[in-house]
Design a protein around this ligand. Structure first.
Ligand code: UT7
Length: 334
């Protein structure tokens, strides 16, 4: 039952979509000076899906949302809010409205939310606030990214890590049981330099003393070791904080669902928290790091495989550029 007069919410459907095209480590080693051995042993990644020039963020995100709505048994016309967590929109003005149109979600308000690889967790907390206040009843939350657009395919330190994909969930207000148990979100802009995809200004003189900046975005740059250390230290802390807020202990967690950045990070975080390996959800071998999509993509796979059951308690944690990081604890299903 929802506590303290709060409106409860449930996560009642999941969906995902990945581009058709796959590129395994062997094939990638024809592009840059790397090897399957290096990538697999340092990251756990063996392959990734890459969006072709005819695919778009809109197309994969819409597909993921459709699948989630179908599982939830909710018609698109009943959706009140569409949140798109992404750092790679088709349109800098936002892509969520295009998805609203593609879904035929005529009553829904739609907007983008940017928090890099933490975007899905930040989006889940945002969705929960709209539901808790009674403003909206049904929310579609999508995490989707096409980082292949912004990777430097000549930089082996970064290009081997990322893949493209989309995942989505449907959240709904419910008087019966509150499935959103706790969260903690954090940001630290002083470390922004260690992972970014920054705008590169290009001055253009217009007239007289008036000049504007007509640049583009840099390819992704990352200090891998710094981000690794940050993740292994901060993720367990934020999960412990969220557990405390939810009044739960680690042994009450059924599944640990981390942003799929590196298998070594997953193992180290699980180890620090004392969570056994069979409770750790991992699918990065097939998809690499899909940024905001990685958590809902992995969730959808385990839900559809039947491993996650209704009522299971899941702790999800995202971390990455910003820097940003956070954890959300929820129970699956209605
Ligand atoms: O989604 C946002 C969150 N991102 C992350 O969580 C990423 C966190 N960081 C990591 O996962 C790891 O730091 C990486 C996987 C990025 C790198 O692993 P590492 O064990 O920290 O390797 P390193 O950067 O220390 O590089 C070790 C060596 C270097 O060679 P030298 O200088 O020791 O001779 C690199 O040049 O490996 C070399 N190297 C490669 N070799 C073959 C770096 N990338 C590659 C590569 N193939 N792709």
């Amino acid at each position: 039952m929802a506590q303290d007069g709060n409106i409860g919410l449930a996560i009642i459907g999941s969906g995902s979509s990945v581009p058709l095209l796959g590129l395994d480590n062997q094939a990638l080693s024809q592009v840059v000076d790397t090897s399957d051995e290096w990538i697999a042993s340092r990251t756990g990644i063996r392959s990734r899906r890459l969006a072709s020039p005819v695919e778009s963020l809109r197309s994969i995100a819409t597909e993921a949302a459709k699948n989630a709505l179908e599982m939830a048994g909710v018609p698109a016309a009943e959706v009140d809010l569409i949140l798109l967590a992404t750092s790679t929109p088709d349109d800098l003005f936002g892509t969520a409205c295009q998805i609203q149109a593609s879904l035929g979600a005529t009553q829904a308000v739609a907007f983008d939310l940017t928090a890099a690889c933490s975007g899905f967790v930040f989006g889940m907390v945002t969705a929960a606030q709209f539901i808790r206040t009674g403003a909206y009843k049904t929310v579609v939350l999508i995490g989707a990214d096409i980082l292949s657009r912004w990777v430097d395919w000549g930089d082996r330190r970064t290009c081997v890590l990322f893949g493209d994909g989309a995942g989505a969930v449907v959240l709904q207000a419910t008087p019966a049981r509150d499935g959103f148990l706790g969260f903690e979100l954090r940001s630290d802009g002083t470390l922004n330099h260690s992972l970014n995809l920054a705008y590169q200004p290009q001055p253009q003189a217009l007239t007289g003393g008036v000049a504007v900046s007509q640049g583009t975005f840099h390819p992704i740059t990352m200090n891998g070791q710094e981000i690794y250390r940050f993740a292994v230290k901060k993720v367990p802390e934020v999960i412990e904080k969220a557990l405390f807020r939810a009044n739960l202990t680690v042994d009450q967690i059924d599944w640990l669902l981390l942003h799929q950045a590196n298998q070594r990070i997953l193992d180290a975080v699980a180890d620090r928290l004392g969570i056994p390996a069979d409770k750790v959800i991992s699918n990065m071998a097939a998809y690499g790091n899909t940024s905001a999509a990685s958590i809902p993509l992995a969730l959808d796979e385990v839900v559809r495989s039947g491993n996650v059951r209704v009522g299971d308690t899941i702790v999800a944690s995202g971390f990455g550029a910003g820097l940003s990081w956070g954890a959300a604890i929820f129970q699956w299903g209605r």
